[in-house]
Design a binder for this molecule. Structure first.
Ligand code: YOG
Length: 134
């Protein structure tokens, strides 16, 4: 049985989101708005099929994927770059590699107690986010 990420999750901490956004080339004005946001994630999981909706008052982002199946991701409304994206299980962690113009780009999700963790990586920057159930 894989880990169960189903639920509605609210951001409670966001370490080095600024560094991650700079690495992605997000402009100053957009970063200023983005770092004030408290995004919510709605995750729907059926086995290895995922729907992750990240919502905020400023932008929304939907990602749908099957673990182990590479797809083209367009990052629309984020940095708007295209990537070849592959998400796999590493034990109970969901590990994403986003291959494209930016080196070392990807993320990892895992559960720790009642919290949802997300590590976002780009180049030499790591952003650590923690979410709690809504
Ligand atoms: O999550 O990929 O759960 O997709 C990363 C923002 C900010 C827009 C958010 C909107 C990167 C302006 C998605 C924030 C910064 C700044 C809410 C993280 C880019 C632009 C949408 C992510 C995965 C894993 C699923």
């Amino acid at each position: 049985m894989p880990a169960d990420f189903n639920g509605t999750w609210n951001l409670v901490s966001n370490d080095n989101f600024e560094g991650y956004m700079v690495a992605l080339g997000i402009d100053f004005a957009t970063r200023k708005i983005a770092k004030m946001l408290k995004p919510q994630k709605v995750i729907k999981q059926e086995g290895d099929s995922f729907y992750i909706h990240t919502t905020s008052t400023f932008r929304d982002y939907v990602l749908q994927f099957k673990v182990g199946e590479e797809f083209e991701e367009d990052n629309k409304g984020l940095d708007n770059r295209k990537c070849k994206t592959l998400i796999t299980w590493e034990n109970d962690k969901l590990v994403c590699v986003q291959t494209g113009e930016k080196k070392n780009r990807g993320w990892t999700h895992w559960l720790e107690g009642d919290d949802l963790h997300l590590e976002l990586r780009c180049e030499n920057q790591v952003c650590r986010q923690v979410f709690k159930r809504a």
